[in-house]
Design a binder for this molecule. Structure first.
Ligand code: AHR
Length: 535
């Protein structure tokens, strides 16, 4: 019986393969593929593409924390100490380097004592829908979560409505190893060993929801926090010291350039008593506030317009990097784009304060374009946190009670894992131009890097939604034999994954063998492709 069954399933597979080929041939784009030559010089390595460019942001906002991460240990949803197992498994697979928490605007109203111990303070969340904040997810739960996913803590302290003493006490509570009152309290609450805090956010958007401060007022306050909010973890005194990230700009206008000037000028003259390791920058792809573009159910107009807008990230980084270069030519202070992503109108029927949106193929392309921009500025941009990890804005994961779906953006992060802590390698190409209505943008984008194990990886985004790309890969000094990896595309620019159809936008394998000394990759329209190159 067994061989006959095997034979029948082989014939069936062959039949299905032919049907698939015929369907593909019928559905294949009729336009000739655009030819693109990519030249890679692996002998000219650039900056390290810091794994922290792939950071995440999890705010107490909508269902980002509650339902998204935290379901409580008595939930019927499989969990470990209250934290969803499905979400943990999915996040482990994308090797999240750090998670920024608890906000966002929420951070400047967060009082850490509300979220520790057996009795939690129930408060309101005025920024995000005015809903009840039960504080059942607090310091210990966050640290447990990042431990479960194998990540690092980026904690933003309350510089707006909190005091330096409150923030200093929180850090002592989390990191002290000696038997202080706060250390004992942490141990009594279940964690005798000190926690590590890898990154410390000194406020959030202090020019707006964080207290509407002038740059000068912020600077005075930030110096006090920088000095007094100490990390006592013995494992972080010499090596792995906590990075302190000051609030930086939120755009390119003079108000923001003045902010960067003020903080960086002061940094140049800073004394032993205060320091920063990074300047944050927030930049969402919005086109116009309030965000109104649809996250699903849109066409090529909105596709082209949003992607054109997202490319402004490059100029924004250049503008603020130039100011930073004036005061910090050695690039000691990192530019950390710790909030970015597509921000669209809320999904109909959702609480507008919960910032719920779908996540489409357009978001996957938007993510790839931005990551490539960060990588090209890797000497200065050494951190970035997409907003936000689960159920909020450009999320990796959407949940609905027991259901979970991975978004197209999630798959981009998965495909880019080899680029974490890789070494940038310059790529030259003529991108050509994709034009739609009034919008013209580069038809293709690409980046290359050597991963930690020395392998060469190449990413190519075909922005054009109609025309395929035929990419010829030339790596100087190397006789390239083959390339293989994954490509992500879908039938429509607004294709999404839903709970009912979770696999509409998922990566599929792609490979090419060199012929006549040439390696040619056929890339579908509107696609993101990552391959490793074999020689
Ligand atoms: O990510 C949503 C909000 O956007 C954050 O709370 C705030 O920092 C920014 O304005």
């Amino acid at each position: 019986m067994a061989p006959a069954t095997a034979h029948r399933s082989e014939s069936m597979r062959a039949f299905l393969a032919i049907v698939t080929l015929v369907v593909m041939a019928v559905a294949a784009p009729t336009m000739a593929a655009q030819k693109v030559e990519l030249s890679i010089d692996a002998s000219k390595p650039g900056a390290k593409v810091d794994r922290n460019l792939f950071g995440q942001f999890a705010e107490h906002l909508g269902h980002g924390i509650y339902d998204g991460i935290w379901v409580g240990s008595d939930s019927t949803i499989p969990n470990t100490r209250g934290i969803r197992n499905d979400v943990v498994a999915a996040l482990k697979a994308i090797q999240v380097p750090n998670v920024r928490w608890p906000g966002g605007c929420f951070a400047d109203e967060y009082h850490w004592r509300d979220g520790i111990g057996p009795q939690r303070a129930v408060r309101l969340n005025p920024n995000w829908g005015g809903v009840i904040e039960p504080n059942t997810f607090g310091t210990h739960e966050f640290m447990d979560f990042i431990d479960q996913i194998g990540s690092a803590a980026y904690v933003s302290v309350n510089l707006g409505s909190g005091s330096p003493k409150e923030a200093a006490d929180w850090l002592e509570y989390m990191t002290a190893a000696q038997a202080t009152t706060l250390e004992k309290e942490r141990a009594a609450n279940g964690h005798p060993a000190p926690y590590k805090v890898a990154w410390l956010g000194l406020g959030n958007e202090s020019w707006d929801c964080g207290g509407n401060m002038t740059p000068e007022y912020y600077l005075d306050r930030m110096k006090i926090f920088s000095h007094f909010v100490r990390n006592y973890n013995p494992a972080q005194t010499e090596q792995n010291q906590m990075l302190k990230i000051a609030v930086g700009p939120g755009g390119g206008e003079q108000r923001w350039t003045d902010w960067t000037e003020t903080v960086m000028k002061a940094y140049q003259q800073h004394t032993w008593s205060w320091d920063i390791s990074g300047l944050s920058m927030h930049s969402y792809t919005v086109v116009k506030w309030p965000p109104a573009f649809k996250s699903v159910g849109f066409g090529e107009d909105e596709y082209a317009q949003i992607l054109k807008a997202t490319l402004e990230m490059d100029d924004l980084i250049k503008k603020h990097s130039a100011i930073m270069d004036k005061y910090d030519p050695q690039k000691k202070v990192a530019l950390v784009v710790d909030e970015w992503g597509g921000w669209y109108g809320p999904l109909p029927g959702s609480n507008p304060g919960f910032l719920v949106q779908q996540n489409s193929l357009r978001d996957a392309i938007l993510a790839a374009l931005n990551i490539n921009i960060f990588a090209r500025h890797a000497d200065r941009v050494r951190g970035a946190n997409i907003a936000q990890m689960i159920n909020v804005l450009q999320a990796m994961i959407l949940t609905d009670h027991e259901k979970m779906v991975l978004t197209p953006t999630y798959y981009v992060y998965k495909m880019y894992v080899p680029f974490q802590d890789s070494t940038f390698v310059p790529v030259t190409f003529d991108a050509g131009s994709y034009k739609h209505g009034d919008f013209a943008l580069p038809r293709v984008d690409a980046m290359a890097a050597k991963s930690k194990d020395g392998k060469l990886w190449v990413e190519i985004t075909n922005v054009d939604p109609k025309q395929a790309a035929e990419v010829e890969l030339n790596v100087s000094g190397i006789n390239v034999k083959s390339a293989s990896g994954e490509t992500l595309t879908a039938p429509k620019v607004d294709s999404v994954n839903t709970f009912e159809a979770p696999n509409s936008v998922v990566p599929k394998p792609i490979s090419a063998k060199a012929q006549g000394g040439k390696l040619i990759l056929q890339l579908e329209p509107k696609s993101v492709t990552v391959v490793s190159v074999e020689q």
